[in-house]
Design a protein around this ligand. Structure first.
Ligand SMILES: *Cc1c(COP(=O)(O)O)cnc(C)c1O
Length: 217
């Protein structure tokens, strides 16, 4: 499919849902992709990327950052507190703030550094036991807890259950954001980003539809 096709489809989805052109941020998810594919996208001028693993990202991005200016890197994978320091040096945004212990460590680091990355609280909208994220019923309290620690939240993020219609999950996320006064909605991946845009996504995280299938072998 490729980047240009995805950008075209995002623009069409924005228009179809009456949203302003360019309102949706495309995060190109480059985890596990061969370097050549990522460089090809960098060479088109795209600068916003997502990664899932701190170690992998630390191995790839410092070099690309020196070669391509203006890179904005989003951490979209589960975050271990022992990787927080290197993660804060590399990433501009975190989509997986999902528990009080991480929030308090993050708050301490943010205070010491004097600047806060973009932060999204991950909500486990399907209440799936194997999935990270704060449960929907606990979201309001967790958001308040983060804000009490002076963490500035950009919004919420979700990954709907694979085999379900994502729409109720996107709407649940949007409702939690609205009642907490949060604007950002990080939702929608290769299979459902247009649906997510129709439901109000501000950030879509698209990997395989841009770069091709990931090879984990
Ligand atoms: C890998 C990943 C994506 C991208 O998935 P695709 O289906 O390849 O678009 C988006 N969000 C998260 C959290 C991911 O882990």
């Amino acid at each position: 499919m490729g980047l240009e096709e995805i950008k075209r489809r995002i623009a069409a989805a924005e228009k179809a849902s009456g949203r302003a052109a360019g309102e949706v941020t495309l995060i190109a998810v480059s985890k596990v992709q061969p370097p050549g594919r990522v460089e090809a996208v960098l060479e088109t001028g795209h600068r916003i990327f997502g990664e899932n693993y701190v170690q992998e990202a630390v191995g790839k991005w410092p070099d690309w950052r020196t070669r391509f200016s203006g890179v904005e890197l989003h951490m979209i994978g589960p975050l271990q507190t022992n990787k927080l320091k290197p993660a804060l040096e590399l990433f501009d945004a975190f989509h997986t703030l999902d528990r009080p212990s991480l929030a308090s460590k993050l708050a301490r680091q943010v205070q010491a550094r004097g600047n806060c990355p973009q932060l999204f609280v991950q909500v486990n909208t399907g209440a799936e036991p194997q999935k990270a994220g704060i449960l929907p019923d606990d979201a309001d309290a967790f958001i308040a807890e983060c804000q009490a620690m002076e963490l500035v939240l950009s919004g919420l993020m979700c990954i709907p259950p694979e085999s379900e219609d994502p729409v109720p999950h996107f709407r649940a996320l949007r409702d939690i954001a609205a009642r907490n006064g949060l604007r950002g909605l990080s939702m929608g991946m290769s299979a459902d980003f247009e649906t997510a845009i129709a439901e109000g996504a501000t950030h879509v995280r698209v990997g395989s539809a841009i770069f091709g299938a990931r090879d984990y072998s």
